[in-house]
Design a protein around this ligand. Sequence first.
Ligand code: XMP
Length: 319
Amino acid sequence: DWTMAEFRRTKIAEIRDQVGDAKVICGLSGGVDSAVAAVLIHEAIGDQLTCVFVDHGLLRSGEADQVVSLFRGHYNIPLVHRDASVLFMNGLKGVIDPEAKRKFIGKTFIDVFEDEAKRSGGADFLAQGTLYPDVIESVSLTGGTGVTIKSHHNVGGLPERMDMQLVEPLRELFKDEVRALGRELGLPEVFVGRHPFPGPGLAIRIPGEVTRERCDILRKADAIYLDEIRKAGLYDAIWQAFAVLLPVRTVGVMGDSRTYDNVCALRAVTSTDGMTADVYPFDSGFLTATATRIVNEVAGINRVVYDYTSKPPGTIEWE
Ligand code: XMP
């Protein structure tokens, strides 16, 4: 891709210019954006960069391992992997309000990151994988009304607190461009093509209280759903697809016995930037087969529903 090759060269020069021989620290969330930013910056300044992966335990199945092996194995980029899941799970006890979840997760992410940054000797620059839609959504959603629809936890907070200069090489890019840049940088297709994933992770896909047990149930259902989508060859046609675990129990029957378990909702949308979205129109055979698999294979779920709401009036995530 000619444009991305050009962008890569320009940004590398800009990063070197901005940073000189100072140290940069980059927080990885497990997602594509921060990974692409880190790989690009590493190409520009090599081991002046330290990457810190704050693992909140709210990632999808297999995701943490993928990030670690990509950085340590594929690129040989030094990476501090901090498993902070206990801290996050304890703090989420009794938290039900979606904004309270976001605020707690955002704040704790910053605390853990700051702590690791200090341990690793500190840095003058802070790198973030902020994209253009992150910049405008967090401005426009509060604009005029003064009402925040959702506070995105990857923008704001960190810079002021840490008194560091920002390196944000992806600030002008949309998601599809970040993916193109990732490919240009040699990131594996399965990683680059991954659906977007929100900073607060599975916590905002579990309405009500988040517990380790609920996360595990959700992770299983989500993995089956994504497996079916991949097998049907639909993954790349969809912007985001995920399962949501509802705090609602319904009665079912399995064999000879009555069950009383949770409901799982499936969501899939098409979009170009996440600002608006249309429901993905699966055929009913696909949904039936997926629902059957989830109920049969995931203990704790006995009913599956499909979410038919576009954005607007819905949002993509449930919280
Ligand atoms: P909504 O649910 O607002 O989501 O329609 C739009 C896009 O943003 C993602 N999202 C988030 N990303 N921190 C993030 O980094 C957040 O708090 C957050 N909330 C939503 C969502 O997955 C979708 O791609």
